[in-house]
Design a protein around this ligand. Sequence first.
Ligand code: GLC
Ligand code: GLC
Length: 816
Amino acid sequence: MKFGHFDDANREYVIETPRTPYPWINYLGTQGFFSLISNTAGGYSFYKDARLRRITRYRYNNVPIDMGGRYFYINDNGTIWNPGWSPVKTELDAYECRHGMGYTIITGKKNGLKAQVTFFVPQDYDGEVQQVVLTNESGSDKTFKFWSFAEWCLWDAQDDCTNFQRNFSTGRVEIKDSVIYHKTEYRDRRNHYAFYSVNDKIDGYDTDRDTFIGLYNGFHNPQAVLDGKCGNSLADGWSPIASHFKEITLKAGESKTLVFVLGYVEMPVDKKFEADGKTINKEKALAMIEKYNTPEKFAAGMKELRTYWDKLLGILNVNTPEDKVNRMVNIWNQYQCMVTFNLSRSASYFESGIGRGMGFRDSNQDILGFVHQIPDRARERLIDIASTQLEDGGCYHQYQPLTKKGNADIGGDFSDDPLWMILSVSAYIKETGDWSILDAKVPYDNDESKAKSMLDHLTVSFYHIVNNLGPHGLPLAMRADWNDCINLSCFSDTPGESFQTYTNPKFKAEGGYSKVAESVFVAALFTYVGPNFVGILNHLGKADEAKKAQAEIDKMKKVMMDSAWDGNWFMRAYDANGQKMGSKECEEGQIFIEPQGFAIMSDIDKDATKKTLAAIDERLNTKHGLVLNNPAFSKYYVEYGEISTYPGGYKENAGIFTHNNAWIICAEAYAGRGDKAFEYYSKIAPAFNEEISDLHKTEPYVYGQMIAGKDASRFGEGKNSWLTGTAAWNMVAISQYILGVQPDFDGLRVDPSIPHAWDGFTATRQFRGATYRITVKNPDHVCKGVKSMTVDGKAVDGCIIPDLGSGEHQVEVVLG
Ligand code: GLC
Ligand code: GLC
């Protein structure tokens, strides 16, 4: 069952009912100011950091769901409604929500009154702009009352929902003309405030929540709205809000447009106040309001946003025989990659924004799907991430976006972290040809005095693996590898201990983790990522160092065949007791997905590749995607940690963790099995699941982290949408492995691995200053194999388009 439809021409998903199976959201903003907005206008805004600079309040896991947002209330002679249906939930005569690239348009109609609200965050602007167009379609004059509503968060979102003894006494606001300013703590240590404005005279306002809503009412029946008035209240402690009030009369057919700005301002300390030393200096806020105070300016801002996305989405554009692929590649997958790049795993409807900062491994992987869009920002990000690395190559697992400092509470010793940086820096160089990043001086542990070149960072990353091997010569598993829930050094038996950070006393003396537990996944990742490091060294003319690194990779491949090959697939690990994990010898969890794809793409062994792919199909494949492990764990294994705490079929315990489905899609494509690669791709790509939205529940336009696996009673149900490494990896899987348009150090490779039934496809790719118009023909209906390639009519050996640097070029590739 569907709840809307794709409007590809406008690059929108159009939601046709407010009662989606879960709130379906969108993200506004791509730089400093971000808003989450659901299809009923729920959500919240923040500046840079969803925890430390939260601007509006949100109620997680609320009953009813999705409470807190920017709400407009209408009281039309006793009929009270919101354009987005919620929170009043009066049945509307018509409803529609269009989620687009960086904007959302919600339209509601009731009793002949139409209210269309467009929300967006303009480019280079720290605020959300909202345009409300009210149209009287009733055929006779109409007088009604209108309120805006936003609830301020007292900045630190975690403190805001825990520290009430203090916070109920700190709230402060100021009102001037039609602008409501939120200035809690501005008098003392904060140099920032927020404001909510409207470009029209108002008939009143409220800033005290209890006056507006009433202590025993809810968002669905605010007392002020019921009474058809406002209290002109001045918040003093408690919960400050911002509500504008207006009485409006519209003649038949007449429209009224209001433009609201919800903005954020930082002030230099010496300019915080007016001459009286008390009143806040509003200069910057007024300039922001001035920028979007008319419908014309609003339209210009929207146009600018559209142009921005035209440009970004013009860099890679494909036309395949499958509309759903085109829709994913050209629009939604790239869009989601921007969001994951910006927010890592910090703020979504499943990530509260107060739990995690930017993940080291996550953010590095996010670069893979984003780097072609804005390479400059990718470069800046790489340097930020690398700056949190430690001198021995270890890494802080997370950092706070506002401070850019490694998070000491979570610490490090996640065994896979350093490798992802080699991969992301390589991806950056392959995309841009900008080798100079390797010379950039980058601090260790955010300490400038410890700065060394980025190449040095990659070197310590590579050798961090080599220098931390276990008894079989496989990398130590440490606190966890990519799978946060395989915690082989934890042995936790006390509720509440964090599986990732708890140090078992028995490993204290050894540095916090077992020196026996080894990760086959990290070994496989090492053999996949390592050649990039070798390629870089060779390019720099460091042949000896390249040879030395290559020898380590070859050695690891041998160890994998000697000690980690289980006969039909690669094992997952050795636990701290030296026992096999992910082996046919185990009672449960005999096969795991994670190491397989990278092992295959590292060409460890041809026969192993064949057997592994067959085992995956047989043991992990389901109609909704590939489960992470099989059989699921049915009891708690203290030696494995968090993974066995999840009921079978959920999350890392045999859930369909879509992130690593992508690695198998890549591996199938790499192995030349385009049909199988595409089969796996189409099981998890959201556009292909639109028809089962009632089961799938999450947005049909973006990936989620997980789909419940075959062991779960809710098999096929999605969770944790938006912030997942699946976005980047499936972008890589479809564009670089299946369609095969893959940046490499020497140029752009075109080596597709497609369904044999396809006649071919076309792609436009901007790459290092040139535009390539690529036509792939498949007359023999093969899956893979480039028979010939021409660039501007001239034959080229192999399948790499040489770096032409500028102009537009025709590329023809014939498979066969
Ligand atoms: C989450 C984490 C990611 C981890 C994955 C598997 O998505 O963000 O870092 O790799 O879970 O545990
Ligand atoms: C839990 C989740 C995992 C996530 C981790 C980090 O272990 O299952 O997906 O990566 O928390 O916070």
